[in-house]
Design a protein around this ligand. Structure first.
Ligand SMILES: [Zn+2]
Ligand SMILES: [Zn+2]
Length: 393
């Protein structure tokens, strides 16, 4: 690891802890964006703000090559009340950096600082600081705003910390890394009646019970057992007393998989089962897919870019600390939208696991400041690998 990056460690730690203290959620990352843009301007970079509403993009060119790559960090926080007690804990009630996006931003800032100073590459680097990763598709918003027209990168790279991986280790593979993500909402409407006289109404609750069970057969009976998929009902809302059958039931849930064709098959089967069951029970049904926010596609790593990412990860961490066959996660990531537009690679960096560490989105989570230099070193090495001066432009 370059010694200059080690010396940036303290600065990155301060930036990271500042962002942790003042977490901002989707599309409200105004102070976060300003803080990041101020640092990038201090480094001497050309900075563009307000992209994808609150996103920030900085451009750095060196040499004469026309090659261009984009590096992306996310910068939004979650609606979680922090339970930590350390000095840099969240000052914003009900909001917290529980997914480590504070660390992702700090690592990319560190890399931007180093690369601006050393310029040991030939080409253009776009530093993308993306808003609203958590369920609000900030990546898609940036693309809609013309991200890749204004910053025409040849390829795009993302990185996320992962608490279950040892600190500073990496894990990456080509093909699917994270699942697609879709939500659905079902309203079953019957006829309300006295609980003692069900025959005088039409019970939406009993019909819903059949729906819940039937949806669990989609993965086991409709999807090829070799294709991973999961369907979960996560909310049931109905009724408010003991002795009356309510008029309607609201069910909500989610499904995840690794293939667009499977994604469509699940949606079609949900529709078919719900309408058939409700028809049989004589109750009405309405289904909405992704009613509040867009679903996310599969996060799919391209082969060539994954090979380059592997090379950079091995160079900074050593071959023994890079897992080349991680099991893909059923979680999802809106970086997938960028990977639909440009070939690229999304890598996991270990946040480390100890007795006290916990998973992402946990109120006790904290990004591990110890991995800031190695994460920044990965970005630098990736740029130097792809835009290497000795390589043909
Ligand atoms: Zn998250
Ligand atoms: Zn995250």
């Amino acid at each position: 690891m370059p010694s200059d990056l080690q010396s940036l460690h303290e600065k990155m730690r301060q930036w990271r802890q500042h962002l942790h203290r003042f977490p901002e959620t989707a599309y409200e990352e105004l102070e976060t964006a300003k803080f990041i843009a101020d640092r990038l301007t201090e480094f001497g970079l050309e900075v563009h703000q307000g992209f994808g509403r609150t996103g920030v993009v900085a451009t750095l060119s060196a040499g004469t090559s026309g090659k261009k790559i984009a590096l992306r960090a996310d910068m939004d926080a979650l609606f979680i009340e922090e339970q930590n007690t350390f000095a840099h804990k969240s000052r914003h009630a009900g909001k917290m950096h529980a997914c480590g996006h504070d660390g992702h931003s700090a690592m990319l800032l560190g890399a931007a600082s180093y690369l601006t100073e050393h310029q040991n590459f030939d080409g253009t680097v776009y530093f993308i600081f993306q808003p609203a990763e958590e369920g609000r598709a900030g990546a898609r918003q940036m693309i809609t705003d013309g991200l890749f027209e204004k910053f025409p990168a040849d390829c795009v790279f993302g990185m996320h910390n992962f608490p279950d991986i040892p600190a500073g280790h990496f894990a990456v593979k080509s093909g699917p890394m994270m699942a697609s993500f879709d939500c659905f909402e079902i309203v079953v409407t019957g006829d309300a009646t006295h609980a003692a006289m069900p025959h005088l109404g039409n019970d939406a609750i009993v019909a819903s019970a059949h729906i819940i069970n039937a949806l669990q057969t989609i993965v086991s009976r409709t999807i090829n057992p070799a294709d991973p998929a999961v369907v979960s009902i996560t909310q049931i809302h109905a009724g408010n007393t003991w002795n009356a059958i309510p008029e309607s039931v609201l069910l909500r849930g989610t499904y995840r998989c690794f293939e667009t064709a499977v994604q469509k098959k699940i949606a079609d089967k949900i529709t078919q089962l719900v309408h058939a069951i409700c028809g049989g029970h004589g109750v009405g049904s309405e289904i909405k897919f992704n009613p509040e926010n867009p679903g996310y596609p599969v996060t799919f790593n391209a082969e060539t870019e994954t090979a380059l990412a592997l090379k950079a990860a091995i160079a900074v961490a050593g071959a023994d600390c890079v897992n080349r066959q991680p099991i893909p996660s059923m979680g999802s990531e809106d970086f997938a939208f960028m990977l639909q537009k440009k070939p690229g690679c999304y890598i996991w960096i270990g946040n480390g696991s100890s007795e006290n560490s916990c998973l992402l989105h946990n109120p006790h989570y904290d990004f591990n400041d110890g991995i800031l230099p190695i994460g920044a070193a990965y970005w630098v090495k990736l740029v130097e690998t792809i835009l290497g001066k000795s390589l043909p432009g």
